[in-house]
Design a protein around this ligand. Sequence first.
Ligand SMILES: C[C@H]1O[C@@H](Oc2ccc([N+](=O)[O-])cc2)[C@H](O)[C@@H](O)[C@H]1O
Length: 506
Amino acid sequence: MKISVLLLCSAVTLTWGVAVKQNRKFPDDFIFGTSTASYQIEGGWNEGGKSENIWDYLTHTNAAAIEDQSNGDIACDSYHKYERDIEMMRELGIDSYRFSMAWSRILPNGFADYVNEEGVAYYNKIIDEILKYNIEPMVTLYHWDLPQKLQEMGGWLNPLIADWFADYARVVFDRFGDRVKSFITFNEGRQICFEGYDSVSKAPRLNISGIGEYICAKNLALAHAKAYHIYNDDFRPTQGGVCGYTIAAGSSLPLTDSEEDAFAAELHDQLVWGLYTDPIFSKDGGFPKELFERVAKKSEAQGYPRSRLVDFTDEEKAYIRGTSDFFGVNHYSGALTSASLFSPPSVIPSPYDDIEVGQTALEEWPQSASFWLKQMPNSVYIVLKNIQKRYGDVPIYITENGWSTHEGIEDEGRVAYYRAALESALDALDDGINLKGYYAWSLMDNFEWMAGYTERFGLYEVNFDDPERTRTPRKSAFIYKQIIKTRTIDHEYEPESYVMTIDEGH
Ligand SMILES: C[C@H]1O[C@@H](Oc2ccc([N+](=O)[O-])cc2)[C@H](O)[C@@H](O)[C@H]1O
């Protein structure tokens, strides 16, 4: 069996097993940032007029669902400690900060009948303060924390949610768009839909296997498009910013060079991100063709009178197509893909059973503290190339990329990962891929969903035993700072000390 792992060659030196070309530089206008999300860092879960969201509800009613029985009630306490967060951004010298707003902090009823001014004031403080230091906000409208009240009305399975989300988006654009020039509607459609409604993984942990994800995906696409059109028609003319969409994509390569494995890799991409992005970015719009046909055929064979993946109307397809100014990708890991690796899921119908494809990672790839995260060689380049092949030269932002450890301050594993990922991003730039920016996940340790606080992704360590939630820079923070400052990756660079300062101009 020939394993087709693509490695970009013409290396000059090898560092950490990574091909390193010399004298390469990120362009001056390349954006370096860090990412966070509201539920993972804010805390203040019932303060300042905020209402309960689906993560508050899950962690308060089913603590056992979280590995360490923890929750985001306080998290990093960024609701109170945001000034320290901004100081850290200045220490790093980042160009942009990606964070999300909590729908239930801005609209505690879920609906736009009442705007919580205290919630608006909280986000205004962050935006105004970072702009003082020339740090551009990139705001995600929805990073998984749906108001619980809307969940009780069906959440993302209720088609009316497209309007509820559009109303929320209008409030966000109206209140913040004079200063925020970059919006993302959704963080990771698949994680919202498959993990929330199909596979009992993330909140709200519903198990409508083989059906829930598809209904949610359709509603999400319509919600996104409505928000985009509102921005485009009513706000862009005066505010002049951009509005995009972010998905999670691993770099999938065919296990062998057979046609079957090439098709398996294509089907897998269609399921795990094309389902969400083809309707927006593909030439003809609509769901991915082969996936759509597979689900229709399977549904029929299973006795369903109609496909479990309900198509858009032609009018809806046209309404959704082209509704994104950039492609946001959260990228962490990769795998090799083949139908020969398929093992039937325990529950059928299931999206995985629909495609009958499986994946594997190689033993020798470094393993992070997260079971799902292994470091595939050159994986940033591979995923960006897959996106470019699919959608052409759309501007791309890597809106998350990072590595989890159980390490303390000396986080050599994370340092190696970031250096390798950014070398791979340089390969993409060298190849003419339209990559505009890179956001490290994450500024600091935070509540890592089902893993609670057992896995750490931060450039800054957070002491969750300390009521002050003290933040301390890790080695990786110094390394990332040096890369941002010089726009180059110096694999020999070692921080002189672990004392952080703010450089002039930040
Ligand atoms: C660590 C961050 O993970 C992000 O979510 C995903 C989802 C899927 C993959 N994947 O490899 O398939 C990677 C990361 C999430 O957006 C963020 O909040 C963090 O938890």
